[in-house]
Design a protein around this ligand. Structure first.
Ligand SMILES: Cc1cc2nc3c(=O)[nH]c(=O)nc-3n(C[C@H](O)[C@H](O)[C@H](O)COP(=O)(O)OP(=O)(O)OC[C@H]3O[C@@H](n4cnc5c(N)ncnc54)[C@H](O)[C@@H]3O)c2cc1C
Length: 416
């Protein structure tokens, strides 16, 4: 059974660049478009910017090589001790609350019009059949927001797919995606902490029994906080039932993991916070004008239309949900602009973890710094297309690079 709705939508807003989703990619896209002098708007279903970085409490930048662009601005603010522009640095843990404020402040100061608590529903098309806006659900009900260029930063490619983009899901063969993880934090209380195991929660007696079959936490800060990445729930984050089930399953694991850590490593720490929602690593990849592959990572491919660079490893959490993670190093590689251009769709770019890439390449490019870099490039490219009145696929790459340079982005031959 299916239903159709036919509703008149109030026209809420018109802009140049309309960004859908306010994670690392969306935040960067909106800020960079605004910094290019464009009227930028951003639609976000939650009440904060940062996506997984804040909503998922993934409060750590994985190292990607050179630090430039908006990413460099964030490292300089949140990880001062590691910061040297254009250099590499180790993993950098930050405070998600401070990052949440900083993303919002930067977006507001750039002049981005932010629509919080607003859920993308559908792409609206003009008489020529091209995307020209979105239908969205706001706190006031349904409405339309229009824009000259749309940038899909939902992580799940919701808007691109609605506009007609083809996509793939997960690994070849069975389409299984990397599992979901509820990030949580433990805080040093200064005295022995009493483990809390509520009814239904799991218990783990050994490392092998832990959900990921390993201990993985980050405590590189001066605040006695431990950021724990140890739960693991199989499923696809765009499957309604998988996503709903993961919220309970991950919490059952969280209590057990915390008890394990209290008994074995952190006797004085207790759970101080859990992310507001389970973290989703991988859902869909659009079919773009270029598909980044594992070979590109292994060979360190270079592209004339490079928009961001990384050397973050292949990092595939076991899609079966069992223990084990496939990890191996890669060369410093370029990601080309064409990965953000969905085939057969005009007026819409895709930035963030759902760009065009195979399962292996996605596991490396999904890091926060790379999503920031992709978003920043999308904002500049959208701006260039508007200035030149050209199609997104015809954006002048020299102009795109000049725009990125004006925002502190630089490309290098090697990671360092
Ligand atoms: C558990 C976990 C651990 C990770 N660990 C690390 C790590 O240690 N270091 C690292 O660098 N990276 C890590 N990553 C990867 C990284 O966090 C993500 O890949 C990255 O945040 C993706 O950025 P994005 O902007 O593409 O999407 P997201 O961060 O997913 O943001 C998408 C945004 O779009 C919004 N949205 C979605 N649909 C709609 C809609 N219909 N309407 C309106 N808004 C919508 C969402 O609310 C969200 O704010 C981890 C990821 C997970 C899940």
């Amino acid at each position: 059974m299916s239903f159709q709705i036919n509703r008149q939508l109030a026209h809420l807003h018109d802009c140049d660049v309309l960004v859908i989703g306010g994670g690392p990619a969306g935040t960067a896209a909106a800020i960079s478009a605004a910094r290019m002098g464009k009227d930028a708007a951003l639609v976000e279903r939650s009440g904060q910017l940062g996506g997984m970085m804040t909503l998922g409490n993934v409060a750590i930048f994985m190292p990607v090589g050179r630090v430039t662009g908006l990413y460099a601005e964030l490292v300089a603010t949140h990880c001062k001790e590691f910061y040297t522009w254009g250099k590499s640095y180790p993993r950098c843990q930050f405070n998600a609350v401070n990052m949440r404020y900083d993303c919002l402040r930067r977006a507001a100061e750039a002049g981005v019009k932010i629509f919080f608590h607003t859920e993308f529903l559908s792409v609206l098309k003009n008489g020529a059949g091209e995307p020209c806006g979105i239908a969205a659900h706001t706190r006031e009900g349904l409405g339309a927001i229009t824009g000259k260029i749309l940038v899909d930063c939902t992580g799940d490619a919701h808007a691109a797919i609605d506009a007609g983009a083809a996509y793939s899901t997960g690994r070849p063969g069975d389409g299984a995606t990397q599992p979901m993880t509820l990030m949580f934090e433990m805080q040093d209380t200064g005295k022995a902490a009493e483990p809390y195991i509520p009814e239904g929660a799991y218990r783990y007696g050994s490392v092998d029994e832990l959900p990921q079959g390993r201990v993985l936490y980050f405590d590189r800060n001066n605040e006695g906080r431990v950021l724990v990445n140890m739960t693991r729930v199989r499923g696809n984050g765009t499957d309604f039932f998988n996503a709903a089930n993961a919220e309970l399953e991950a919490m059952k694991q969280m209590y057990g993991v915390a008890e394990y850590l209290q008994k074995n490593i952190f006797p004085n720490h207790c759970i101080s916070s859990a992310a507001p929602q389970v973290g989703v690593r991988q859902t869909r990849q659009i079919e773009g004008e270029y598909k980044l592959t594992a070979d590109d990572l292994i060979n360190g491919s270079k592209f004339s239309d490079v928009v961001t660079q990384t050397n973050y490893e292949v990092d595939i959490h076991n899609p079966t949900g069992k223990g084990g993670t496939e990890e191996y190093p890669v060369k410093f590689y370029d990601i080309p602009y064409r990965c953000m251009l969905p085939k057969n769709v005009t007026k819409l770019l895709v930035a963030g973890r759902c760009i065009s890439a195979d399962h292996t390449a996605m596991s490396s490019l999904r890091t926060i710094p790379t999503c920031l870099g992709l978003g920043q490039a999308a904002g500049v490219a959208a701006s260039a297309a508007i200035d030149d009145g050209c199609a997104l696929k015809d954006v002048n790459i020299e102009k795109l690079h000049a725009g990125l340079k004006s925002q502190g982005v630089q490309f290098f031959d090697d990671a360092q």
